[in-house]
Design a protein around this ligand. Structure first.
Ligand code: PMP
Length: 325
């Protein structure tokens, strides 16, 4: 329930296997009228788990619910419920151990607990707004998001989000086109599809579920500025901060696919699932641009090591991002 107290929350958590009574026909299952979040808890060397910036997910979840005209949801309740769910699932063995692989030079995403909070509508059949949604939280252990060995990307003609639409909301319905585009890209031998803007089919927007960054020849890091067609990624905001810490010049602005093909020397995507994943190449209309001879670039790697170091606890959490479960 939105806005539930601790007692009700505990009661609901205790009944975690009894969700079979959730309605089958409702605004979420029929129309994609729902929103969700994705965040991770990272196993630490001392055996504990730490969540990465859950307050940011709480804020975005509230903004998504408000965007879909659902009742608003207290951010502290969200964080409390996420921590409690992760803790209880850890206690029944549903969490991976500390994964030192990345420290030994394995830069694929390491093991973590993925947390998926989502809204779920009350029973309904016609077009309408969900006024008393459930919020369900599930967790699952995860490893790498992208399969190692392929980091080729391709632009897609499909449109993920359009001005005036719901692209800025983490809304269920937004993921239909990205799934189709990603699967189409994979069938052609690529790892990921890159979306361009709906109007000009020229400005780079996002991957299928991640934000995108480019390092230009002059060392500047560029990422598309936020608009109603871009999801405000938490990893995106964090990477911008880390880059500034490293003394890298960061620009949030429109960047055309032509500028990417002409001037980019590194390209990577960011997201909770993807972490920081580099692209060895981008293909656009049959032309392929290879970045840094197909190898991960220095700036990308430096950011990756810094972010992972903070998440897995080998680097100081200098911005206070990690929250003990
Ligand atoms: N864009 C889209 C469309 C996404 O689904 C995600 C994943 N939530 C992201 C970007 C990255 O956001 P975050 O860094 O908060 O995971």
């Amino acid at each position: 329930e939105a806005a539930m107290g601790e007692a009700e929350l505990n009661e609901l958590l205790a009944r975690r296997n009894s969700f079979a009574d959730l309605p089958l026909v409702n605004y979420t299952t029929q129309y994609g009228m729902g929103c969700f979040e994705g965040l991770k808890a990272f196993p630490q060397k001392d055996g504990s788990l730490k969540l990465f910036r859950p307050d940011r997910n709480a804020r975005r979840f509230r903004s998504s619910m408000e965007g879909l005209k659902m009742p608003s949801y207290p951010e502290e309740t969200f964080v409390k419920a996420v921590r409690e769910t992760v803790r209880r699932n850890r206690d029944i063995g549903f969490a991976p151990d500390y994964d030192p692989a990345w420290e030994a030079g394995d830069f694929a995403e390491g093991h973590a607990v993925y947390v998926r909070p989502f809204s779920y509508s009350e029973p309904a059949i016609g077009l309408g707004l969900s006024v008393s949604p459930w919020v369900v939280i599930i967790t699952t252990p995860v490893g790498a998001y992208f399969r190692p060995g392929n980091s080729k990307a391709v632009t897609t003609d499909k449109v993920r989000a359009f001005p005036g639409g719901t692209g800025w909301i983490k809304c269920d319905a937004n993921y239909v086109v990205p799934i189709l585009a990603k699967k189409e890209a994979e069938a052609q031998g690529y790892m990921e599809a890159i979306f361009l803007d709906a109007e000009h089919k020229e400005y780079v927007e996002e991957g299928s579920s991640c934000n995108i960054f480019f390092v230009l020849k002059n060392g500047t890091l560029v990422t598309p500025d936020l608009s109603d067609t871009i999801l405000p990624g938490i990893t995106r905001a964090s990477v911008i901060q880390l880059a500034k810490d490293l003394g890298v010049n960061v620009e949030e602005r429109r960047i055309s696919i032509h500028e990417v093909m002409d001037s980019a020397v590194e390209a990577f995507v960011t997201g909770t699932a993807a972490g920081i994943s580099y692209f060895e190449s981008i293909t656009h209309k049959g032309q392929t641009k290879v970045f840094n001879g197909g190898k991960i670039g220095d700036t990308t790697r430096e950011l990756q090591v810094d972010l992972k170091g903070i998440q897995y606890g080998s680097r100081e959490d200098r911005h206070g991002w990690m929250v003990q479960v």
